[in-house]
Structure formats: structure tokens, C-alpha cells
Design a protein around this ligand. Structure first.
Ligand SMILES: Cc1ncc(COP(=O)(O)O)c(C=O)c1O
Length: 317
């Protein structure tokens, strides 16, 4: 069966789905997007994703193309029409179609496009053995907190990774500190057992998976720090991993060709991945809150690797 897309009020076969060449998304990358997973037809972390979408839109002064509730109905209908139970939904909103001129045009209607597809899992060998990461300078703009469709530096970075035989590129700021991956958030477990990921600020995207994993980690009593870490610290770490909607929690076993610890996926990482999968299976936002308690299923041995800390990290969104 042909895939069905949603384009500005119409459900159309994917091959017939088109946008205007003067759409500002096409001309200026003047738009935002979200990628959400769905399991058994239910969207995972739908509320947090729509909250982040709302924030991205507000930061760019783009209006919602329809009420949030209506958007939720369209998302469900698109999943239903594609007869998919498990997969990924892509949603893009741009400022709309107008004669090409940089300043915001008056009176335009935002464009809304959505597609769904089967989930494309991380390659089995990367999932089993862990991912290689390379580091590159972060050449992006200073508002990486906005989930903008302007992804050229991320595209170039991912290509450098692939050409170097790596799964991901971690971007590094002018002070030698890791910001995030080209499409993932970056984490380490230090020699002292502290779980570290960069604090939320304009330099990184507030990953929804990042937030979920922080909840699980804090719930399990891990010592958590939201702060920048250097490439040197990452290379000397006990464990490293990355998170995203499409990769979940993925071990990182080498950085710039240098093995992390013994070069195998770490225990805390695997425990968090397991806990995340279980929490995701709860998939509705209400039950998700219960799912966070599943963090207690992280084995004691993994938890004891990190001294218990009460640093208030990972505040719920
Ligand atoms: C730059 C960047 N950082 C982090 C993430 C992870 O975010 P999430 O967990 O919401 O998928 C993404 C996802 O696309 C991203 O593009």
C-alpha cells in the first residue's frame, strides 16, 4: 500500500505530496519540526513533543497552523490511514508561502506537512557492539535549542561520521566541550560513576529522550550531573552513550578511534536502555509517569557504580 502524507489539510499519496516552491521552509529553512515514535498506534511522549513544538514555534513567532487538539487528531488519523502500528511520525511547520523576501511576510498561513514511516532500527551490529563516534567542531548557530529545519551543519557532520565509519559525530564548542550529536544527545559515565549530559541552554536541543532518561536515572538513584564535559573527559570515561527518539539509548564504545574503557557497552548504559524500552512500552503520558518508576529496575550493581546523589538534576518537564 502506498504511504499517505498529510499536506496542508489533505491526506494524499506520498508521491503526490507537494509543497509550493515559495514555501519559506524551502527558501529559508524558516520552519520547525518534530519526530515522534509510536508504539501500538500510540504516540510516545506526545505531550513533551508538542510542548517542545510549541516552544520552537513561539521562539520563531510562527502561529500554530491549527489547534493543538486538532493537530493531535490529524496525527492519529495519519497513523491510522497508513495502517502502521509501530513507527515514526515526522511533522514540519513552516511560516508559509510568500514572495521571497527575508522579513516576515504579513498575513501568511503556516504550512503543515506530516509523514509516517516504519521505524528504522539502529543496525543490529551497532546495537549489539556499540557505536563509534567522531568529534567535529560545532559550527551551528547560537539557537540550537530551537528544533529548526535548518540542519545543514548537522547533515555535514553526520556525513563526516559516516565517511569515517562512525555512527555519529559529537560536536564540540570553542572551549573543547561536547555540545551534542548531530541528531542525538551525548552522555558519559565518569570514572567516579557520575552520569553526565550537557545542561539545557541554547547550545543543545532539549531532547525528549534525554529528559526521559534523566527521569529514569534520578529515579534509580544514580548520581546525575547536567553540565558540559570535555572530549578528554569523554575519552577517559567509564561509559558513554547517546540518546534520541530513533536511537533510544545507544552505547558509544569509541571516540575518534579511541576505545572507551574496554570498548564494550557499559553496564549503566545497558540498564538505562532496558529501562527506557520498558518505560516506552507504557507509551501513554499518564502511564509513562509510572514507567519512570521502572528505573528502579536498573540493577543495583549498575546503580552502585554511581554513588547516590541528590543534586536535583533532571527536573521533570
Ligand atoms: C540536534 C539534536 N539533538 C538531540 C536530538 C534528540 O532529541 P529527541 O530525544 O527529542 O529525539 C535530536 C533529534 O532529532 C537532534 O536533532
Amino acid at each position: 500500500m502506498s504511504r499517505i502524507a498529510y499536506v496542508n489539510g489533505r491526506y494524499v499519496p506520498l508521491r503526490e505530496a507537494e509543497v509550493h516552491i515559495e514555501d519559506r521552509g524551502y527558501q529559508f529553512a524558516d520552519g520547525v519540526y518534530e519526530v515522534m515514535g509510536f508504539v501500538g498506534g500510540r504516540l510516545v511522549d506526545e505531550g513533551p513533543h508538542l510542548d517542545r513544538l510549541d516552544r520552537s514555534l513561539r521562539e520563531l513567532s510562527i502561529a500554530w497552523p491549527m489547534a493543538r487538539r486538532a493537530l493531535q487528531l490529524v496525527m492519529r488519523e495519519l497513523i491510522r490511514r497508513n495502517t502502521l502500528a509501530d513507527g515514526m511520525l515526522y511533522l514540519q511547520i513552516t511560516r508559509g508561502v510568500a514572495r521571497r523576501e527575508h522579513a516576515f511576510p504579513a498575513g501568511v498561513t503556516p504550512s503543515l506537512v506530516m509523514t509516517v514511516r516504519r521505524a528504522r532500527p539502529v543496525p543490529a551490529d551497532v546495537r549489539a557492539k556499540g557505536a563509534a563516534v567522531v568529534t567535529i567542531p560545532d559550527i551551528r548557530w547560537q539557537r540550537c535549542d530551537i528544533k529548526s529545519v535548518s540542519l545543514l551543519p548537522n547533515v555535514l557532520g553526520k556525513q563526516i561520521a559516516r565517511q569515517g565509519g562512525a555512527y555519529e559525530a559529537w560536536m564540540v564548542d570553542a572551549d573543547g566541550r561536547v555540545t551534542e550529536g548531530t541528531s542525538t544527545n551525548a552522555w558519559i559515565v565518569t570514572k567516579d560513576g557520575e552520569l553526565v549530559t550537557r545542561n539545557l541552554e541554547n547550545a543543545i536541543l532539549s531532547g525528549i529522550t534525554r529528559a526521559a532518561v534523566l527521569h529514569l536515572a534520578v529515579g534509580a538513584g544514580l548520581k546525575v550531573g547536567e553540565r558540559p564535559f570535555t572530549v578528554a573527559e569523554a575519552k577517559a570515561a567509564r561509559e558513554a552513550f547517546l540518546t534520541s527518539t530513533t536511537s533510544y539509548v545507544l552505547p558509544v564504545v569509541s571516540i575518534d578511534g579511541q576505545k572507551i574503557a574496554d570498548g564494550r557497552p557499559g553496564q549503566v548504559t545497558l540498564a538505562l536502555h532496558h529501562a527506557y524500552l520498558q518505560a516506552m512500552a507504557c507509551h501513554s503520558d499518564d502511564r509513562r509517569k509510572d514507567g519512570y518508576r521502572w528505573g528502579n529496575q536498573i540493577p543495583r550493581s549498575a546503580r552502585d557504580n554511581g554513588a547516590r546523589g541528590d543534586n536535583g538534576a533532571g527536573a521533570p518537564k
